[in-house]
Design a protein around this ligand. Structure first.
Ligand SMILES: Cc1cc2nc3c(=O)[nH]c(=O)nc-3n(C[C@H](O)[C@H](O)[C@H](O)COP(=O)(O)O)c2cc1C
Length: 164
């Protein structure tokens, strides 16, 4: 078993490395997996881009995926996981997990920055109308204000329980 990940600004990589350490297996970026692991067991973690798990399709072709994790800035919501499964066409036998990652506007450039400036404003407005926010929603709100991370080993408990 190995951990394979696709990360844009580093938060997914942090989760991948934590998970690999816990499982006592190596972690590799999707573009740098040694060929000897081709078609072998792997867990895949990819960052969320407009509701898609980046890198999933390529990872699913190259490895026997035992679990898939999407890492995004949204608070975890039960319907999120099934939405990701449907969008990415993840087979029913492969469990999908959602992990709340982090966000850093300053690590983005060009079109991503432009899109996310508008998106963050929209999310912040929506959350600010709410009387109360859960700790996860508060983390998302902080992300929309520039930079924040919800990366936490505790969030891996469910994935670890499944894999062990
Ligand atoms: C262009 C763009 C689109 C994004 N779309 C989503 C999304 O659909 N859902 C979500 O929860 N997070 C979304 N995010 C937030 C990232 O998935 C989140 O910041 C993630 O932790 C980034 O991981 P990374 O540091 O490994 O790249 C988006 C970020 C960018 C830059």
């Amino acid at each position: 078993m190995i951990v394979v990940y696709k990360s844009n600004t580093g938060y997914t990589e942090q989760y991948a490395k934590m998970l690999a350490r816990k499982l006592d297996v190596p972690a590799y970026s999707l573009d740098r997996v040694p060929d000897c692991h081709l078609h072998r067991d792997a867990v895949f973690l990819g960052w969320l881009f407009a509701g898609s798990i980046v890198g999933y399709k390529k990872a699913a072709k190259k490895y026997a995926l035992k679990a898939v994790c999407g890492v995004g800035m949204s608070p975890p919501m039960p319907e999120l996981v099934e939405g990701l499964r449907a969008k990415m066409k993840v087979p029913a036998k492969v469990p999908v997990f959602y992990l709340q990652g982090g966000f850093d506007m300053n690590k983005l450039s060009g079109p991503f920055k432009l899109v996310m400036k508008a998106k963050c404003k929209e999310i912040a407005q929506r959350l600010s109308l709410r009387a109360e926010l859960s700790p996860e929603e508060q983390a998302t709100y902080r992300m929309t204000q520039g930079e924040a991370s919800a990366v936490d080993e505790a969030n891996l408990a469910e994935v670890l329980a499944y894999l062990r």
